[in-house]
Design a protein around this ligand. Structure first.
Ligand SMILES: Cc1cc2nc3c(=O)[nH]c(=O)nc-3n(C[C@H](O)[C@H](O)[C@H](O)COP(=O)(O)O)c2cc1C
Ligand code: SF4
Length: 419
């Protein structure tokens, strides 16, 4: 049985968004006070000791980003919280924002103190309308209590947060597309460099982190990196918040220590299949992640184990499919999603997805041939290597892993070529 000591989600169900007093009573803003006591370098060192990796999917060490932002000498720097959460199957940021909004706010304030940023923005997914309204109230309460605004806690720094509405497209979760859309332009990725840390929103240096990254930063500063790293593995330290969904008895948001197995997640927490049909595979990391067959469920949920097996955990979603789910039907749903969400800027992704979807439909109709399969692999390879951004690069991931692990099922649908 998994032993869990919640740290990241420790305040879930203990207060409501408009009750800042209760948050403070629970220990809220002690992370900020610890940060101020330790000085501007202290939070960065703590994040380094905790080895906190960005929770938006790219696993970039948070301390490196914070350190780079701190070292910039520009007169105005920005903090941006990415709460776009458009990845299918991912809803942990929604729960972090709605069930513990002050930990997000506190993390952004700690980041501002440490890096010297004066303005903060949070870009909240368009569909999360009620959360946005509640988050605005939480920011007002924090302002009234002196945690936002001028000379916060008399520590000689000022910071405030503005709430923005997402543009309603999956691609707007990508940093540069997100910033383009915030400036009133079409939400499409732009060329890098310059990276957003150098030239981001309104041309100013902008440090972007995911919701969970800010919440983890607050947690590390509240408890100390030594307590935070008591859970997890040598390389994947601490805990992770995951979104479990699909054909599973107990779907939901869970905090788990890194290092537990997929079996433990699916059966101890998830309660197993909800239909009685055996679980056939899971997809981790959202639509852009791999398909992992049941034979691999001993795999540990940790960066190092996933990397060794060529899997990714992305933002932490796990979608469960049972034996009633056909792999081709599943792939069609995924690739149709990407085709719909592709911004169309670059040819490999725009054209590649049209080809992939067409061939998958031919497979479903049993009219696809070996030539189609060859084309599928060729197009996927071009997309992975030549797409302009992460959407196109990762859109074929599920397909390629399905060919590896469910090749027999896929090839049953391939028509023998006539001589
Ligand atoms: C197509 C696409 C969609 C993305 N969507 C999100 C998202 O919804 N939320 C998020 O935090 N990061 C998303 N990212 C990753 C961000 O570009 C960025 O790496 C992340 O916000 C950085 O925060 P972190 O370092 O804390 O992980 C997306 C990336 C791509 C390529
Ligand atoms: S890879 Fe896809 S989403 Fe990204 S820029 Fe190219 S067309 Fe747009």
């Amino acid at each position: 049985m998994i032993k869990i000591k919640p740290l990241i989600t420790e305040f879930f169900n203990q207060y409501t968004y408009d009750d800042i007093e209760k948050y403070i009573e629970l220990g809220g803003f002690s992370g900020l006070r610890n940060a101020i006591k330790g000085g501007r370098e202290f939070p960065i060192n703590e994040l380094k000791l905790a080895d906190l990796k960005g929770r938006g999917g790219a696993e970039f060490p948070a301390w490196r980003k914070w350190d780079a932002a701190k070292k910039r000498t520009d007169s105005l720097k920005l903090i941006l919280c990415n709460a776009d959460e458009g990845e299918p199957g991912s809803f942990k940021d929604r729960d972090l924002l709605s069930r513990d909004p002050y930990k997000v706010i506190e993390g952004m304030i700690i980041a501002a103190y440490s890096t010297g940023a004066e303005k903060g923005y949070i870009y909240i997914r368009e569909e999360y309308a009620y959360i946005r309204e509640h988050f605005i109230v939480a920011c007002d309460k924090a302002r009234q209590a002196g945690y936002l605004g001028d000379d916060i806690l008399n520590a000689g720094f000022s910071f405030d947060i503005k709430v923005n509405i997402g543009a309603g497209a999956y691609i707007c979760g990508e940093n540069t597309a997100l910033i383009e859309s915030m400036q009133g332009r079409v939400g499409r990725p732009r060329l890098k460099p310059p990276r957003v840390g150098e030239k981001g929103l309104f041309g100013l240096p902008t440090m972007v982190n995911n919701v969970e990254t800010f919440v983890c930063a607050t947690t590390v500063l509240m408890h100390g990196s030594d307590v935070y790293t008591r859970q997890g593995t040598e390389i994947s330290k601490g805990n992770k918040v995951i979104s479990l969904s699909g054909k599973i008895k107990n779907p939901g948001t869970y905090e788990i220590p890194f290092g537990v197995s997929l079996n433990e997640i699916l059966y101890d927490l998830g309660g197993g299949s909800k239909t009685g049909e055996p679980i056939k595979f899971v997809q981790t990391g959202g639509a852009s992640g791999p398909i992992i067959p049941a034979s691999q469920f001993d795999l540990k949920y940790a960066y190092e184990d996933f990397k060794a097996s060529d899997f990714i955990m992305g933002a932490g979603s796990i979608v469960v499919a049972d034996e009633s789910v056909g792999v081709i039907d599943y792939l069609i749903a995924i690739e149709e999603f990407f085709k719909h969400e592709s911004c169309g800027k670059c040819t490999p992704c725009r054209e590649g997805l049209s080809h992939i979807v067409k061939i998958l439909h031919k497979m479903a109709d049993k009219t696809a041939t070996q030539k189609d399969m060859d084309k599928l692999l060729r197009v996927s390879e071009v997309m992975v290597n030549a797409s302009f951004c992460g959407l196109g690069e990762t859109a074929p991931t599920s397909l390629l892993s399905a060919i590896k692990y469910f090749g027999d099922e896929l090839y049953l649908n391939i028509k023998k070529e006539e001589a």
